[in-house]
Ligand binder design. Sequence first.
Ligand SMILES: [Zn+2]
Length: 234
Amino acid sequence: MSLWEKVLDLLFPPKCPYCQKILDDPRAPVCPKCQPRLPWLEGKAGERKIDFADGCFSPLAYRDPVPGAVHRYKFSRVRALGKPFAAVMAQCLADRLPEGADLITWAPLSRERLRERGFDQAELLAREVGRLLSIPAMPALEKTRNTGPQSELEEESARRANARGAYALLPGAVLTGKRVVLVDDVVTSGSTLSECAALLRQGGAERVFCLTLARARGDRETPEKKTKIVGKNG
Ligand SMILES: [Zn+2]
């Protein structure tokens, strides 16, 4: 830890992203009280199918207290809040994809949304996961159409239509033969990720693996349960 980081820790002591209590261990991604209570996804529950991708991995379910923590991160403008999320995502990727990847990229915000929000949360997560696992992180996609928030669309068909054609491959992206990890914060219907994964394939990626912090309901296998994504018992 650098002196500057130590000073920052004294001025702004790192907090647990889920309960917001100050962490005894400033480098821990979660406090010891929240750790056993978080909705961790084990085994197959932490994987889901995404069209055009070879897998989609998420360490957590999108259930309390995860949605509140993600929301605080998205809208706080405090970029460092992403670090504890990236730490659990990096651990998840290392566990589920021990053979590693050649590069890591993300599902980007539109330029307009980026201006509003000040930073791209998926980019920061991707860059931090890349740093932790020594995988080069780089932009490969751009959002060419501002679609409005996916989270406000409950029907999967509406989400898919909303994502379709909204992204494009960046001209300079070199993907041929590469194993690519695609990062986003939350996966719900998977339409954004499948749209992005298809483009990465078109760009020559050999394999595409998706990685998100949390997995919400919205699987096509359980369409009758998809309308509410935040539930008490999953
Ligand atoms: Zn906590």
